[in-house]
Write a protein that binds this ligand. Sequence first.
Ligand code: CA
Length: 229
Amino acid sequence: MRVLIIEDDLDIAGNLYEFLEGRGNVVDLARDGVTGMHLAVSGDFDAIVLDLGLPGVDGLGLCRKLRREAMQDVPVLILTARDLLDDKLAAFDSGADDYLVKPFALREVEARLNALVARRRGRVVNKRLRYEAIEYDPDKLAVTVDGRSVHLSRKCLRLLEMLIASPHRVFTRAELERELWGDEHPQSDSLRSHMHMLRRALTDVRGNAPIETVHGVGYRFAVIDGRQA
Ligand code: CA
C-alpha cells in the first residue's frame, strides 16, 4: 500500500518510514502540517499516519480540512503522545479512523493500517462457502449444517467442496469418480455410497439435503422440496 506519514519527530518518522518501506509499502513523509496537507489532498495514498502536534497546521486541523474541504476519505491513523479521552474523541470528531498512543509497536501500526485499508476496499475476505443451511470453511475443512458441526471423511469433503462451489451445475458420475479416485477404478457403487453418506451428514432439521440425483447422469447441488431426491 501507499502510506503517507505526517510526523515532525525525526526519530519516530525515520523508524516508521524504514519499517513500513521494509515491509513492501511505498512511503512518503511530510514533517509539517502544510506539506502534509498538500500531499494528502493529492489522493495518492491508501492510508495516512498522522501526528497531532505538528508545526504549521496541527493534526486535528489537517484531518478536519482533509474531510470537510478536500472531501478525501483516505483512512487516517492518529499517532500521538496525547492519551486523554478528550484528545481521542476530538480526533475521531475530526474524521480520524483510528488512534494509537506513543510509544507504540511498529507491527501494531502496520496491522491497524492493513485493517483500515482492507475495510475501505471492502476486501475483508470471507472465503467460506454457503448453500442454504450448509456452510463450508475450506481453510479449516469445517462443515456446519444449521450451525451444528458435521464430520465428513476426506472423500465426502472433496465432494462437498466441488458441489458447493458450483451450485446447480450437474456433475457427471465419471467426473466425480475421477476427482475422488483418479485413475483407479472404484467399485461400481462407491460413488453412490459416498454420496449417500454426504447426504445423510448434510441433512438439515427439516430433513432435506440439497443434493439431487440426476438420473443416468450424476448429481448436483440444488434446493430440494420435501424428501431427498
Ligand atoms: Ca509532533
